[in-house]
Design a protein around this ligand. Structure first.
Ligand code: FAD
Length: 474
């Protein structure tokens, strides 16, 4: 028998359900494919950094599979429909009996998989797996059989379910007798712009596992005290690996439990705090499956679609470039532009600023984040934006508006983070860093740094009025 593993968002060989299942029969010939679809990526404005990261990780997976006698063929075509044509032809050419893949839950991906199954039916047995989540979508529901719309009860039910489920990690496949041990043609450069991720995010599951181990051993205890301060490396920075499946959430949970066996019993601990973030990741994915309209960028709270956004390209550009005159926002955006990663507290602050201070449609911010993020993930990004914009399920209420100056003062009190990204403020003393122009005025000097592009107090009132009008149906 010939088994084909179709790799997509699961670029690892350890704890990969589809790969593991394909390798169970020791007599089977096992092949693997990856199909890059740059046309699809363009449509979703995937970040060039993420494209390069996928490519770098593919090289590693290809080598790791080759060492085990499994050739990985990397093919490139424009979009999903051509990808399915190619897959069907490849299955015929290689006389594939069974196809194995891990499910993706976005609308287009689901359609692609249905199409592939339909086209292959009768010739190839298709087996798919819930692999990218701790618990499958739809498995955590209210007593009435619905998806939770509020996070805290979801988490409670989730943890209950988790304790009853087998979430052990699976081993990497053993070396296969007779399988080719040489690497097939390396994946060609994608027909897509690519920017290297840089030294902060080395490719490969070994690098990801090492980071996971070190974080769970040395840092997770302090997670709750440190996680909100962008000047401290207090979070795991594992999101780029989780987003493209170089690491699985089961590996995260199992490593956490190995280091902190009481994690589920001690809800005040750093370990529980970190698990809580992994559960947010699950929540947004479960939501996206329950409410596919989220994939079409519809707001969860319908009346918020009536908010009259200000379509001001100059303001949007100033935000994108980190030139708003609010240091914490600008430092955050420059971190994003330069590295493809942004600290969670800063994602909340900068998203809130775009929506609540500039009154720009959250979808413009969601798109921009996606075009820059190394960890771009539709469900998490959409969830984060809808939370910040007060349009989502269990979102921040619309009348709670972050003050970007006090957020900066609270979460970067010494201005360490701001100084790193805004060298033009080097001469401003610490206690003046969050409102540098007030200081410059007193000193009668000029700064090579923009004046605030909006007045926060005034903007806040206008945003409240815009949301209230929308709520009244105006
Ligand atoms: P840790 O604090 O170490 O958390 C561990 C893991 O849990 C993360 O790697 C991530 O996979 C998951 N996680 C943590 N927080 C969240 C959250 N709020 N929602 C969903 N999952 C979470 N995360 C992405 O992975 N991709 C995105 O495109 C993305 N866009 C966002 C946009 C906005 C506006 C906001 C507010 C948040 C967004 N997040 C996104 C969530 C979060 O900011 C990042 O996951 C986190 O900053 C990654 O850093 P870390 O790996 O050090 O996280």
């Amino acid at each position: 028998a010939t088994h084909l593993v179709w790799l997509r968002n699961d670029l690892r060989i350890t704890d990969n359900k589809a790969l593991h299942a394909a390798c169970c029969d020791p007599a089977a010939r096992v092949l693997a494919v990856f199909i890059a679809t740059p046309g699809q990526w363009r449509q979703h404005e995937m970040a060039p950094r993420q494209a390069a990261f996928i490519h770098a990780n593919l090289l590693q997976v290809q080598q790791a599979l080759a060492d085990r006698g499994i050739p990985l063929v990397c093919h490139q075509c424009d979009d999903f429909s051509v990808a399915v044509d190619w897959l069907v032809a490849y299955c015929a050419q290689e006389r594939v009996n069974a196809l194995f893949y891990n499910r993706q839950y976005e609308i287009n991906e689901l359609k692609r998989d249905q199409q592939a199954q339909r086209r292959l039916s009768g010739q190839v047995i298709c087996q798919s797996f819930d692999d990218s989540l701790l618990l499958p979508p739809g498995s955590v529901q209210t007593g009435g059989g619905e998806m939770y719309k509020i996070y805290t009860p979801f988490r409670k039910a989730f943890i209950q379910r988790l304790t009853e489920s087998d979430v052990r990690s699976l081993p990497a496949p053993k070396r296969r007798e007779g399988g080719a041990l040489s690497v097939s043609a390396a994946p060609a450069a994608f027909d897509y712009p690519q920017v290297e991720a840089g030294a902060d995010f080395p490719a490969g599951e070994d690098a990801a596992l090492q980071r996971l181990r070190a974080f769970c051993r040395e840092q997770v205890q302090d997670y709750l005290q440190q996680r909100d301060f962008p000047a401290i490396a207090g979070t795991s920075s594992l999101s780029p690996y989780l987003a493209i499946g170089v690491l699985s959430p089961r590996q995260c949970f199992n490593r956490l439990r190995a280091e902190c066996p009481q994690v589920l019993e001690n809800s005040d601990s750093g370990a529980f705090g970190w698990l809580n973030e992994l559960i947010w990741r699950e929540f947004y994915r479960h939501l996206m499956v329950a409410y596919p309209a989220l994939c079409r960028h519809r707001p969860f709270i319908e009346w918020t679609d009536r908010v009259r956004w200000r379509n001001n390209d100059a303001l949007l550009l100033a935000w994108q470039q980190g030139a708003t005159g609010y240091p914490i926002v600008d430092a955050a955006m420059r971190q994003l532009n330069k590295t493809g990663w942004m600290h969670n507290r800063l994602r909340m602050i900068s998203a809130s600023f775009l929506v609540k201070d500039l009154l720009i449609d959250w979808r413009a911010g969601e798109r921009y984040f996606m075009s820059q993020l190394l960890d771009g993930d539709l469900a998490a990004n959409n969830g984060g934006w809808q939370w910040a914009a007060s349009t989502g399920t269990d979102a921040a209420p619309y009348f709670r508006i972050f003050n970007p100056t006090t957020q900066g003062e609270r979460f970067d009190p010494q201005g360490t983070f701001i100084r790193k990204w805004l060298p033009e403020l080097a001469d401003v003393p610490d206690n003046a860093l969050h409102q540098p122009h007030l200081w410059a005025e007193k000193q009668q000097c000029t700064l090579d740094y923009p004046l605030p592009i909006v007045d926060h107090k005034q903007a806040r009132l206008e945003t409240l009025a815009a949301f209230e009008a929308a709520k009244r149906g105006e």
